[in-house]
Design a protein around this ligand. Structure first.
Ligand SMILES: [Ca+2]
Ligand SMILES: [Ca+2]
Length: 417
């Protein structure tokens, strides 16, 4: 059926009154924001990492002395303790199913990395010969390989390190001429490690493999330093930040395309990446400068860098008086994010659940991650118009927007994608 003889204004009105009314209850549920609380209750807390399955968050909590915690929806926030004599412990990374946690304990003047499991408790990780301190931040998916750094004070002697569950420790070296290196994260199988190595000219993001050694990822044009923060499951995508005059910018690196400038969150001078989904298509981080005005962001190819809080409000998430300051971890599928938010002057760990995956989705005309009324309005605005494009609502790409396109659209109405 061709619609050229129909009065489109009347049709649009009928569609809006009838279709929208009928579908109102089918609208996708927006993401949900939850404050994770703290230990003890009422003290500050921070979300640092989330398991690949999105069900476990790790971080630290407390006022004068912070303690690493594990949070699960079934058990809430629970301390995982600290080594005897330590003054604080910090969560760093968590494996895919939340059964193993890594991080470090702070002693006066030095730190010691740990690997924690629910069955074995908190175990110290080995030191390199002559080493006095260590910190750990990353995990392989199965929790068998820990990524961090180990050395002795001063910091110049620290080296990026892999620890294996059998007790083996491996020095990953440093960039030529470097005074230090620090491992930050790894691919799912533990074979590709990213981090930062300090050379005379400044910090440089690196990518390490057993076969290729430590590779300098370079700098964006005009930048003076680079820092790696996140890696995809297969190790092919890396994100971090570059120091530029007056601030910092997010980069995304691929072996095929090199280092790409993702920019900064609009209105801010600094932006840095902390984590990405397994596919490397969603990156999360924080924009600043640091402090109470810091803001969480996420990046996708179609949206660019987006203020997480503004996005959540736009899709109907209830936030109350919460200000979302950082996004530190994202689940493998991209639907769960953790970090820190401020509510009533108190910094608290949070989890956002139900985020879209931001998959290629032609029905999501405004690229919001949801197929909803905003997209229907776009489709109806050009209903019957000739020379329509798929992004206007010509979903079957035959040049017009007609009932075929509307039917196709309504069949997906309410979905997140
Ligand atoms: Ca949409
Ligand atoms: Ca069409």
């Amino acid at each position: 059926m061709h619609m050229s003889r129909v009065n489109f204004a009347d049709f649009r009105q009928a569609a809006i009154l009838g279709v929208v009314g009928a579908l109102a209850g089918a609208t996708a549920a927006p993401p949900v924001f939850n404050n994770l609380g703290s230990i003890p209750s009422g003290s500050p807390s921070e979300g640092v990492a989330i398991s690949g399955d999105g069900l476990t968050v790790v971080g630290q909590s407390g006022s004068s002395s912070r303690v690493a915690y594990r949070w699960r929806s079934s058990s809430g926030m629970q301390s995982i303790g600290m080594f005897p004599g330590a003054i604080a412990s910090y969560g760093g990374g968590v494996n895919d199913n939340g059964t193993a946690i890594t991080g470090f304990c702070d002693f006066t003047g030095y730190a010691r990395a740990f690997r924690w499991t629910s069955g074995g408790g908190m175990q110290p990780l080995a030191l390199h010969p002559g080493g006095t301190g260590s910190e750990a931040f990353g995990f392989s998916a199965d929790g068998q390989i820990v990524i961090g750094s180990c050395g002795s004070e001063p910091n110049g002697l620290f080296r990026a390190t892999r620890w294996f569950a059998n007790g083996t420790i491996e020095n990953l070296g440093a960039l030529p001429g470097a005074v230090y290196s620090e491992g930050r994260a790894t691919s799912d199988d533990g074979s590709v490690v990213i981090g930062t190595s300090g050379v005379a000219a400044g910090a440089r993001a690196f990518r390490w493999t057993a076969a290729g050694g430590m590779q300098d990822l370079g700098l964006l044009p005009g930048a003076t330093q680079s820092f790696a923060g996140a890696i995809s499951a297969d190790g092919s995508v890396i994100a971090g930040s570059c120091t530029v005059p007056g601030g910092s910018r997010v980069f995304r690196w691929t072996s095929a395309g090199g280092m790409q400038d993702l920019g900064v969150l609009q209105g801010f001078t600094t932006s840095g990446a902390s984590s990405m989904n397994a596919a490397g298509t969603i990156i999360v981080g924080a924009a600043g400068p640091f402090g109470s005005t810091q803001r969480a962001f996420f990046w996708t190819e179609s949206l660019g860098i987006v203020d997480l809080q503004e996005y959540l409000v736009s899709v109907g998430t209830f936030l109350g008086d919460v200000s979302i300051n950082s996004a530190r971890g994202i689940s493998d599928d991209g639907t769960r994010i953790t970090g820190s938010a401020t509510q009533g002057g108190l910094r608290q760990a949070y989890i956002v659940t139900g985020m879209p995956r931001f998959l290629p989705c032609p029905h999501d005309l405004n690229r919001s991650g949801f197929i909803d009324l905003g997209d229907l309005a776009i489709l109806l605005a050009d209903f019957g118009a000739p020379d329509a494009e798929p992004e206007d609502g010509d979903l079957d790409d035959d040049g017009d927007i007609d009932l075929h396109d509307l039917t196709s659209f309504l069949a997906r109405f309410g979905e997140a994608c």
